[in-house]
Write a protein that binds this ligand. Sequence first.
Ligand SMILES: Cc1cc2nc3c(=O)[nH]c(=O)nc-3n(C[C@H](O)[C@H](O)[C@H](O)COP(=O)(O)OP(=O)(O)OC[C@H]3O[C@@H](n4cnc5c(N)ncnc54)[C@H](O)[C@@H]3O)c2cc1C
Length: 447
Amino acid sequence: MEILKKRLSDIVGAANVCDRSFVLQAYARDFGTMPPHRPDIVIRPRTAGEIAEIVNLANEFKVPIIPRGGGSAQEAGSTPSENGGITLETLRMNQIVEIDESNGTVTCEAGITYVTLMSALEAKGWKIGIAPSGAMAGTPGAHIARPGVGWGNIKYISSGDQVLGLKVVLPSGDIVCTGTAANPHSDVFFRYGLGPDATGLFVGAEGAFGIIAECTLRMYPMPQKIYLERYKTTDLTAAIQVFRELALNTLVVYVSVPVIKPGQLILFDINVEGDENEVSARVEKIRRLILRNPGIEYVGPEGPQKFWNGRWFMTGEEFKEGIAGAVNYFLPFDKLEKATYAMKEIMDRHGVQNYAQQMFPEPTGSEHVSLMFHHPADSGERAKIWDAMGEMMDRALEMGGAPYSKGRQWAPYLQKHLGNTGYWRMMQAIKQTLDPNHIMNPGVAGL
Ligand SMILES: Cc1cc2nc3c(=O)[nH]c(=O)nc-3n(C[C@H](O)[C@H](O)[C@H](O)COP(=O)(O)OP(=O)(O)OC[C@H]3O[C@@H](n4cnc5c(N)ncnc54)[C@H](O)[C@@H]3O)c2cc1C
């Protein structure tokens, strides 16, 4: 490791390579609850060229590389397996390369935080379509690699849908530009055109096929008005029917459902954007649609509007209850109700003490979230949570669920349920071709 450390220092400078014990400990886990594993070395490159040199060294030394942004995901994709390796943190790659106002695109480095990116765009009157609510720590490189969802789900779908092109360092050390920039005479202005959708290969791969160094996203003029209001009900069936209608008619930018306790309380917030007249007309239509259901009550704009105004800082309020094991996956609308009761039954049977269920609807279904809170030192509660999570991941996949982010947490479950499929064999073949030494985030998402 000493020789490797020296050679890594030659690439990025000694100040950006570290193997001190307390630093390695800080990179042993993410924001989730999976068992921690320390890397052997942490490195912080500045450019795609430096990443390529690091990847070449990793191949020479046959050491895994684990890409990491802010470490705010929950499925242990950015933490090593028990084999350790080099954690490659992208946070020094934090520049906006270009805001192209004539074509409506922004190109940024992979490790800029969403708050930095969005603040710079807002100052010029622009916004991006999708951002995670964990925007203080989250980075676009990671969010595209998961791929993430968040503020904007119904109108803008997912961060993958907002990407026009990527610059990626492959496990071979080669640097690839996707989208129209595959043509060396062009910048990125369109995702498709020069062959298969190579961008899609890296959306959702969680670094297993390469490290995203730069991305070009669509951007949109900042709307004149962003308006939110809240509703409550005890009727889960009616609530899901409303989410479906709002989504199918694209009446909202997104719906957030932070509290689901069927029979007791379901809270949901709608978010609408546009000019004054457009927003008023839409909100009127939305209210009519929602309040057709006698079991749903209008609460008002105060709560969600206050949250929106302080959203960078107020997000994650629920985590004051402790860290959380998370089981997040997408399902079509017609399976959401059954899934809510199925997950609740498992958590209750395992005696999980403190949990929350949430939904974040998409155009054709919804992300279904279960968070199981506990104090980090409470190993008894954590053991119960891990048992419940295993059963929940099996159940989610059996119901046809698609994990939102896989990391290392879902890997054995994906292998178990998909292992005999052509899809799985194709993914393994791509991995083998791109990464014959299995150095690039090995094991993540089962790859
Ligand atoms: C309070 C809170 C709220 C959140 N809200 C949302 C939300 O609304 N929507 C949402 O989607 N997520 C949410 N998250 C999860 C997370 O914050 C986001 O997904 C965020 O974008 C992850 O970025 P990160 O840089 O912290 O990722 P990390 O945890 O560092 O990495 C996540 C995965 O991406 C891989 N990766 C990292 N960088 C790269 C790269 N450059 N190239 C290839 N692979 C890479 C890692 O190996 C890992 O597998 C939330 C988290 C918290 C704590």
